[in-house]
Design a binder for this molecule. Sequence first.
Ligand code: 3UK
Length: 533
Amino acid sequence: MQKNTVSIDTSVIPAKIEFAPEFNVAVSFIDRHLQEGRKDKVIIRETGGEEITYGQLAERVNQSGNVLKNLGLNSGDRLLMMVKDSAEFFYLFWGAIKAGIIPVPLNTLLRAKDYAFMIEDSGCTAVIYSPEFRIEVEAALELLSTIPEIILLTEGESECFLDQTQSADSKLEAAPANATDDCFWLYSSGTTGRPKGAVHSHRAMVVTSQHYGKDTLGVREDDICFSAAKLFFAYGLGNGMTFPLWSGASCVLFPARPTPESTFDVIERFKPTLYFGVPTLYAAQLQLLESSGNETSVSPNLSSLRMSVSAGEALPANIFHRWKEQTGTVILDGIGSTEALHIFISNRADDIKAGSSGRMVPGYAAKIVDETGNEVQQGEEGRLLIHGDSTCKYYWNNLEKTATTIVDGWLNTGDTYHQDNDGYFIYGGRSDDMMKVGGIWCSPFEIEAKLVEHPKVLEAAVVGRKDESGLIKPEAHVVLKDLTEASEETSGELLQHCKTGLAPYKYPRWFQFPQDLPKTATGKIQRFKLRSN
Ligand code: 3UK
C-alpha cells in the first residue's frame, strides 16, 4: 500500500478501514485535496468575512507546523489551544499534527483554575490562545509555580502566531507516524470529578468522518456545514472541521456565542445545508419560531438546510416533531462522546425513530450489560458499552480511570440504554443519575421529557430526593417560559400532565421553579447540584 493512504474494504460489514503502515492523518485531511483538484475551492467561511481555500489551508498548515517547530516544540510535545472557532484553529491543530506535535483544544468557556489544572496535568510545552480568552488564561498562568516554555497569542500583537505564520517556510514534510500513534487529546468535562485527557490516535478522525460523517449522515462535497457546537468539543470538531474536510465540502465558522438569534442569522447569511445543534438550543430556537404573532416572533429563512443533527443529550421526540413542522426538515439524533470522538449510535435520513438514539453506526458494536457484566435481554435496560476504532487509547495520567472505563477494548459510556423491539436504542439516563423509586428504576430523563412537552415549560431537570421515610422520589426543577407563573396552580397542572402520560410512580413529588438550571461548561445539566440530600 502507498504511503499515507486509507483504503476502505467494503466486502466486510461493517466496512473496515485499513491504514498504510506509515500514516500521518494531516496528509489525508489537508494535502490530499491538492491532488484531488480542490486547490481553489473554499473550505472555510468565517462569519467575519474571510474565505480560505483548500490550497491556502494546506500552505498555512505547513507554515504553522514550521512556526511551532521553530518555537522549540518537539515531536510528542503537547500544545494547549484556547482558540475561538476560526481559520487559525485549523492552522494550529493540523500544523501541530503534521509536525508530530500533540494539539489539545480546550473548552474556551472555562475558568482560570480549570486551565491551571489542565496545564499542569498535561505537562504541556506550549499554550496558545485567542485574545478573547486572555483574562482567564493569564490568570491561570498566575496560579502556577512553573509555567510552560511557550505562551503565545494567536493574533493582536507583533510576533503573535498569525504574524509568525506569514513569514514561515511553506514546505513541511509530515512527521513519521502510524494510524494508532497518539495524535491529539480532548479533555472530557464530565458532570463530576476532575477533567480527563482522552488520548486519540491518528486513525480516529478518519473513522468518525467516514463511518458517521459520510456513511451515516451522508456529507457530500457540495455541503456547507455549520455547527453551533464549537470546534473544541468532539462534537463540533467533527461537525465543523473533520467532516467537511474529509468530504471535500466547506464549513462556516462562527466565533461568538450561539443563541437562537445568532444561529438563525448565520444560517440566513451563509446558507449552510447541514446544521448541528444541541437539544437545549433547538428548544430555544423553536420557542422563537413558534412565538409568531408576538412582538418577539421571527421567521428566518432556513430553506438552505437539508438536514440537522442533534447530540450531547437525548433529543425529546416533541422537539423533533416541532422542528419538522416549522422547517420541513428532520433532526437526526445520535449519541457520541469525547472518548468515542463522535457519534456511534444514530438515526439516519432513511431510518428515524423520534425519541430514540437510532441504530449502530457502521464500524461500531454495542453491548448492553447488567451489574455483573452479562448482556441483558433485548428490551431490558443496562449499561451501554461500545467498541470501535475511534475510541480513545487511554486517559492521560489517569491509569485508574482508564482501567475502569476501557475494559478489553470496550468503552463504558456510563449511560443506561435499552434496545426496543424494533432494535432502536433508547436512552434511559446516565447510569449515575438513575433512581430507584419503589424498587423500580426510574429515569429522570423520561420525566423531564414529559415535563418539557408542557407549553409552560422551557427546561426541566429531575433528581432524586429523600422523602420523610428516607426513600428516593423524583423532584422536578422546572424553568418556566414565564417565571411569573411559578405557583401552586402550575405545580398542579404539571403534576396532572405527568400523571396522565407516565407510569404511575413516575411523577415528581415536589416542584421547584428556579430561574435557570446549573450546567457544565458544555451545557449538560448538573443534576448533582440540584440534589438536596
Ligand atoms: C450524553 C447523549 C443521549 C451521554 C458528544 C456527539 O456529548 C458528547 O460528548 P461528551 O463527552 O458527553 C457524552 C455523554 O453525553 N449524550 C451525548 N449524546 C447523546 N445522551 N442522547 C444523545 N444523543 O451521556 C454520553 O455518554 O460531552 C456528542 C459527538 C461527540 C461528542 N463528544
